[in-house]
Write a protein that binds this ligand. Structure first.
Ligand code: NDP
Ligand code: 8X3
Length: 251
C-alpha cells in the first residue's frame, strides 16, 4: 500500500526538500504552510514528479486551524504513516535583555506549541493502528546553547524533551519517534530570523560551505528506511567546517 506522509512547513527549505524526497520514495504527501502561493508551487513540483499531493494552508500556532485542517482530510489521505514536524523558525538573535517579547512568543508558539498541536492530532490514529513514525526537526541548538540564541535554543531543547517523552510513551505501541538535529543549513531560515535582511542572512554562511536542504532530506531518508526493528533516535549533522554552535572554520 502507498504510504502517506504529512510534512509541516513545506513551502521552503527542509520541508520542501523532504516532501520532494518522500515523493521520490513513493509516498503520497500532505504539505502545509501559511503561504498559499508557495504551497501551490511545491504541489505543482510534486505533481510534475508524479506524486499525489494535498495542500493544507494553515498556521500551526492555532490549534483550532490545525484541527480544522487535519480533521477534514479526504479519505485517501486520512491514514498518516509518517509525520514530519518541520515547521519552525528563529526570530531575532540578540542578548536576552534586548530581545523582543513578540519574538519569544512566535518561537515558543511555533516551535513548541505548534509541534505539540500537530502531534496530538496525529498520534492517536498511529497508536490505534499500531504503526507510524514521527520525525521532529530539532537542531544543534537543542543540544547546545549559544550566545544570543537564548529562547530559540530553549525551544529546540524543548523539542528534544518532547521527542524523548513521546518515545517513552509510544514504545511498544508500534510508533517510532526520531529527531534530526542540523547545524548550519542555508534555507530561508536566516532571512526569516533577521526579518528579511538579506545581507545579514548571507553573512551567517560567510567563508564556509553550509549544508543544503537536500542534506537534511538525506538524513530523513536514512531514518525512515531502516528496518522495523531499528529506530534512529536522532541524527546530529553539521557542515564539515562547523565544530559546534559557535566554533566554525571560515576561510
Ligand atoms: P525555512 O524558513 O526555509 O522554512 C520554514 C518552514 O516553516 C516554512 O515552510 C514556513 O512556512 C514554515 N512555518 C514557519 N512558521 C509557521 C507557522 N506558524 N505555521 C505553519 N508553517 C510555518 O527554514 P528551514 O527549512 O531551515 O527550517 C525548518 C526547520 O528546521 C525549523 O524547525 C528550523 O528551526 C529547523 N532548523 C533549521 C536549521 C537551518 O540552519 N536552516 C538548522 C537546524 C534546524 P510558511 O512561512 O509558508 O508558513
Ligand atoms: C538552526 C541552527 O545554529 O542557527 O537551528 O541555531 S543554529
Amino acid at each position: 500500500m502507498i504510504k502517506t506522509a504529512l510534512v509541516t512547513g513545506a513551502t521552503s527549505g527542509f520541508g520542501r526538500a523532504i516532501a520532494l524526497r518522500l515523493g521520490k520514495l513513493g509516498y503520497k504527501v500532505i504539505i502545509t504552510g501559511r503561504r498559499e502561493e508557495r504551497l501551490k508551487e511545491v504541489a505543482k513540483e510534486l505533481q510534475n514528479a508524479g506524486t499525489e499531493v494535498l495542500t493544507l494552508n494553515f498556521d500551526v500556532r492555532s490549534f483550532d486551524e490545525s484541527q480544522k485542517a487535519l480533521g477534514n482530510l479526504p479519505e485517501k489521505f486520512q491514514q498518516i504513516d509518517l509525520l514530519v514536524n518541520n515547521a519552525g523558525l528563529a526570530a531575532g538573535q540578540a542578548s536576552f535583555e534586548q530581545c523582543k517579547m513578540d519574538d519569544f512568543e512566535r518561537m515558543i508558539d511555533t516551535n513548541i506549541k505548534g509541534l505539540i498541536y500537530i502531534s496530538k492530532l496525529i498520534t492517536p490514529q498511529m497508536v490505534a493502528r499500531g504503526s507510524g513514525h514521527i520525525v521532529n526537526l530539532s537542531s544543534i541548538a537543542g543540544i547546545e546553547v549559544y550566545p544570543n540564541g537564548n529562547i530559540y535554543c530553549a525551544t529546540k531543547h524543548a523539542v528534544n524533551a518532547i521527542t524523548k517523552g513521546m518515545r517513552l510513551d509510544l514504545v511498544g505501541k508500534g510508533v517510532k519517534v526520531s529527531s534530526i538535529s542540523p547545524g548550519m543549513a542555508e534555507t530561508e531560515f536566516s532571512l526569516v530570523r533577521f526579518g528579511g535582511d538579506e545581507q545579514r542572512a548571507k553573512a551567517v554562511y560567510n567563508g564556509l560551505e553550509p549544508m543544503t536542504a537536500d542534506d537534511i532530506a538525506d538524513a530523513l531518508e536514512f531514518i525512515i528506511t531502516r528496518p522495523p526493528h531499528v529506530c534512529i533516535q536522532d541524527i546530529l549533522l553539521t557542515p564539515s567546517a562547523q565544530a559546534n554552535t559557535y566554533v566554525s572554520e571560515r576561510k
